[in-house]
Write a protein that binds this ligand. Structure first.
Ligand SMILES: NC(=O)c1ccc[n+]([C@@H]2O[C@H](COP(=O)([O-])OP(=O)(O)OC[C@H]3O[C@@H](n4cnc5c(N)ncnc54)[C@H](O)[C@@H]3O)[C@@H](O)[C@H]2O)c1
Ligand SMILES: O=C(O)C[C@H](O)C(=O)O
Ligand SMILES: [Mn+2]
Length: 547
């Protein structure tokens, strides 16, 4: 198919800008459409990085980077490869949260996403086809944006999280950016601020639910599978009532996962294993308190449960290690309003002399003396000094992960946790945290964010042509990050640093692909897991394009 000059220059998957050589300009009909100097990708990257640095705020930096991404994917990822630690918080959490809140005001470009509307189910197939535009899609990240990070319902604005997650996939694992598709399912919104905003770009009505909603999800999944049969389907930031239901419906049928449930479960278990490597304790001796027993909280509990059972405990014994705390306080079997996921992790009132008083975190910590405390509550500052000191009084190396995102919702700051526990806490936070200097030791803080896991997990599943993702593969992936951090160093982090994300994502992908092949869950014959991963890796360098 012959493309015109503007079709090439305006296609971010083909565009090279000033890096088109003289010969390419001639062959592609670009002669005279660019300044005469032919730049290398490194020259382009140097110039772009200087512009990035000149921006006065992180949001301005993001806007600049997104414009670059919209114009030239290869150059964007080339630059991100060089500055991954600096760019991650800009293109992803936490700055992505600001861009979601201001999506309507900032809108310039649909960023090659597919916008599925609940009001036009008959258009779903055409929507996916048009957005894919003939590309060979291998990875779809879909959100309905009912639970964007911890910020609630953001309607169509939430598409930015699907785009951000995919950017991390390419930067970390090397998925070809022309093989991905971000999808927004616009089911309406219950966010009154958006409904009242004249600039709002989504469907201006309340969220649809029940049968109408699930019909759209069914139609979407069917069309997605039919159009892109070799793809992995990643669900992101669905609401608490739908996330688990959708996962349970499709997990045994297709290659899919829910990042908030499973990706988060993986990174937390990997972080706990990292912490136990430092403290030299056993997982069987831990008492685990989940604060915020929602999508992420229960995903985490289930992943740890699986680990305890693999360590030889029965399910009933393993469940005795958990304390789930939500709005109601400690969750008992007779607590009102339990979700199906919570029901599996309740306690009995008869286990406590003061059960009726266990309606807040402080009372539960006093009664239980947890050794591990995970925050996925969306409630900022709730890991207070007195709660942390109470916890730390009963355990030598408290494992404390305040994971609620973005920054303004975190249950605690890493620096405070280190200080309040006199350097004993083993900490991971949802967003990146600076090193903490305390009494002559530099404490490195792991980023307990599913971004450490889902790129390698997804890449391994795609490379191995996995039919489904099962608990065996998830468990193998949780153990894959061990050994990267030098745990003998004082102040060592519980998880490997984002600076090494491309390295460990590859290890993860190889472990995942091997697990798929060992279980004969691959659709296509694969001779060698490592080779399959290496063969699929895309590198951000210009390639020859044909007209
Ligand atoms: N770091 C990560 O990788 C990661 C991954 C997923 C989610 N998260 C974060 O975790 C948080 C929760 O996400 P989710 O998807 O589980 O949302 P969710 O809505 O499914 O769950 C939140 C839970 O917190 C509970 N809650 C609200 N107020 C509470 C209170 N005062 N005390 C105790 N519990 C309370 C809610 O009832 C709900 O069950 C978000 O901030 C999100 O950004 C982080
Ligand atoms: O998006 C993130 O930063 C992690 C996680 O998926 C979340 O919902 O908070
Ligand atoms: Mn999420």
């Amino acid at each position: 198919m012959t493309k015109t000059a503007s079709e090439i220059l305006n296609n971010p998957f083909l565009n090279k800008g000033t890096a088109f050589t003289k010969e390419e300009r001639q062959a592609l009909g670009l002669t005279g459409t660019l300044p005469s100097k032919v730049q290398t990708i490194d020259e382009q990257a140097t110039q772009a990085y200087a512009q990035f640095k000149s921006k006065p705020s992180r949001l301005e930096q993001r806007i600049f980077l997104m414009n670059l991404f919209n114009e030239n994917r290869t150059l964007f990822f080339h630059l991100m490869d060089e500055h991954v630690v600096e760019f991650m918080p800009i293109v992803y959490d936490p700055v992505v949260a600001d861009s979601i809140e201001q999506y309507n005001e900032l809108f310039l470009d649909p960023q090659n996403a597919a916008f599925v509307s609940v009001d036009a189910p008959e258009d779903i197939e055409a929507t996916l086809k048009n957005a894919a535009d003939g590309r060979d899609i291998r990875l779809v990240v879909v959100t309905d944006a009912e639970g964007i990070l911890g910020m609630g319902d953001w309607g169509v604005n939430g598409v930015d999280i699907a785009i951000g997650k995919l950017m991390v996939y390419t930067a970390a694992a090397g998925i070809d950016p022309s093989q991905v598709l971000p999808v927004s399912i616009d089911a309406g919104t219950n966010n009154q601020k958006l409904l009242d905003d004249p600039l709002y770009l989504g469907n201006r009505h309340k969220r649809v639910s029940g049968e109408q909603y699930y019909d759209v999800i069914d139609k979407f999944v069917a069309a997605e599978q039919q159009l892109f049969p070799d793809s992995l389907l990643h669900f992101e930031d669905f609401g608490r009532d739908n996330a688990q239901v959708i996962l349970d419906k499709y997990k045994d049928q297709i290659a899919t996962f829910n990042d908030d449930i499973q990706g988060t479960g993986m990174v937390v278990l990997a972080g706990i294993l990292g912490a136990l490597n430092i403290s030299k304790e056993s997982i069987k001796d831990q008492k685990i308190l989940s604060f915020g027993a929602g999508t992420a909280g229960m995903g985490i509990a289930n992943q740890i449960l699986d680990e305890l059972m693999q360590a030889g405990l029965t399910e009933a014994e393993a469940k005795q290690h958990f304390y789930a705390v939500d709005k109601q306080g400690l969750l008992f079997d007779d607590t009102e309003g339990l979700t199906p996921a919570q029901k599996a992790f309740t306690r009995k009132r008869s286990e406590f002399s003061n059960a009726d008083e266990l309606t807040n975190l402080e009372a539960v910590v006093k009664a239980v003396h947890p050794t591990v405390m995970i925050g996925t509550s969306t409630q900022p500052g709730t890991f207070t000094e007195s709660i942390i000191k109470e916890m730390a009084a009963h355990t030598d190396r408290p494992i404390i992960f305040p994971l609620s995102n973005p920054t303004k919702l975190a249950e605690a700051k890493a620096e405070d946790l280190i200080k309040w526990t006199d350097g004993r806490a083993l900490v991971a936070t949802g967003i990146p945290a600076d090193d903490v200097e305390y009494k002559g030791v530099t404490y490195q803080i792991g980023q307990g964010n599913n971004a450490l896991m889902y790129p390698g997990l997804g890449f391994g599943l795609i490379a191995s042509t996995a039919k489904v993702l099962n608990s065996e593969t998830l468990s193998a992936a949780c153990h894959a990050l061990g050994g990267i951090v030098d745990t003998s160093k004082p102040g060592a982090a519980v998880l490997p640093p984002v600076a090494k994300i491309t390295e460990f994502s590859q290890t993860l992908a190889e472990v995942v692909a091997q697990s798929v092949i060992d279980q004969k869950l691959n659709k296509e014959p694969i001779a060698d897991a490592k080779q399959a991963v290496a063969d699929m890796k895309w590198v951000p360098e210009y390639r020859a394009i044909s007209k």
